[in-house]
Write a protein that binds this ligand. Structure first.
Ligand SMILES: Nc1ncnc2c1ncn2[C@@H]1O[C@H](COP(=O)(O)OP(=O)(O)OP(=O)(O)O)[C@@H](O)[C@H]1O
Length: 264
């Protein structure tokens, strides 16, 4: 990933992410790769030939778009259409097979699988997660209570003193969101986290996304909840089988997607 080139177009909007012809192919090694001496011998004999145990999935196929400051962009599409893969590619976590991604700053991916540690308490995870998100110790200290309050995990019990493995998946997702949302990001990418919170938490999250956008950031949101995309985003990208089927105002794209789902 490289810094954005300084462009001289008449467009006054500031691009934050430029994806140009992005392709991602996942290669999955199946059973034939493993095994003992017999498998090793068969690999030797097959040298240069394709691995029959290898399986390739062309998850993203030539996706091109430009994201601008202040936009909240929803990524929608059916299961396996390539939304998470595209997000990971933009965040620099997934190698591109072809194409380029230029991004302003370092996009932060806030996933449901973000790296918090199950055996550590919520409290320790807030500190570690905050540091991992680029906060100083002092900032983590200052924002600690806000993060706990925003997540709402202490509302019923003192969960911050308990290991994360005792949390429900919704509580864990809320804590992840709260840590990441405490930092101002140039580009923040959220994978489904909102879908797991309850209604009150979703309202707080939407308000926070709004704030992040106002502070000139770009927010990407992957969601199966079309209502969330419609309410939270102003633009949507619709992926289908790895290709970009539609890119436009969230309301229009969501409507077209729903119509297509209804028609089967
Ligand atoms: N690490 C991986 N290794 C191999 N194949 C993968 C990997 N991750 C995803 N895929 C495949 O790539 C395709 C796109 O998956 P991806 O998770 O990006 O889709 P998605 O739109 O986010 O799906 P969902 O809505 O179900 O979360 C799928 O066919 C999936 O099986």
């Amino acid at each position: 990933m490289a810094d954005l080139p300084v462009g001289a177009s008449g467009d006054t909007r500031v691009p934050t992410v430029v994806a140009d012809g992005v392709h991602v192919v996942h290669t999955v090694r199946t059973g034939a790769r493993r095994g003992g001496a017999a498998a090793a011998l068969s690999r030797l004999l097959r040298r240069g030939e394709p691995d029959p145990g290898g399986h390739r999935v062309h998850a993203v196929k030539g996706v091109t778009f430009t994201a601008y400051r202040g936009e909240a962009i929803g990524l929608i599409g059916s299961n396996g259409s390539g939304k998470s893969t595209l997000l990971r590619a933009v965040a620099g976590l997934q190698p591109l097979t072809r194409g380029t991604v230029h991004a302003l700053g370092r996009p932060s991916l806030l996933g449901v699988n973000a790296a918090l540690m199950n055996d550590l308490t919520g409290e320790r995870n807030i500190v570690l997660g905050g540091l991992a998100m680029g906060m100083s110790r002092e900032e983590v200290r200052r924002r600690y209570q806000d993060i706990v309050d925003f997540s709402g995990i202490d509302e019923r019990d003192h969960f911050t003193s308990l290991p994360m493995r005792t949390y429900s998946s919704g509580m864990a997702a809320r804590l992840r969101f709260s840590i990441a949302a405490a930092v101002d990001h140039e580009v923040l990418m959220i994978d489904e986290a909102l879908a797991t919170g309850d209604a009150a938490f979703q309202r707080r999250s939407q308000a926070r996304i709004e704030e992040l956008r106002e502070r000139a950031g770009t927010v990407f949101l992957v969601s199966h909840a079309i209502g969330t995309v419609r309410d939270t985003c102003d633009r949507a990208l619709w992926l289908e089988a790895g290709t970009l089927r539609m890119d436009g105002p969230a309301a229009e794209v969501c409507e077209a997607y729903e119509r297509s789902a209804r028609e089967g």
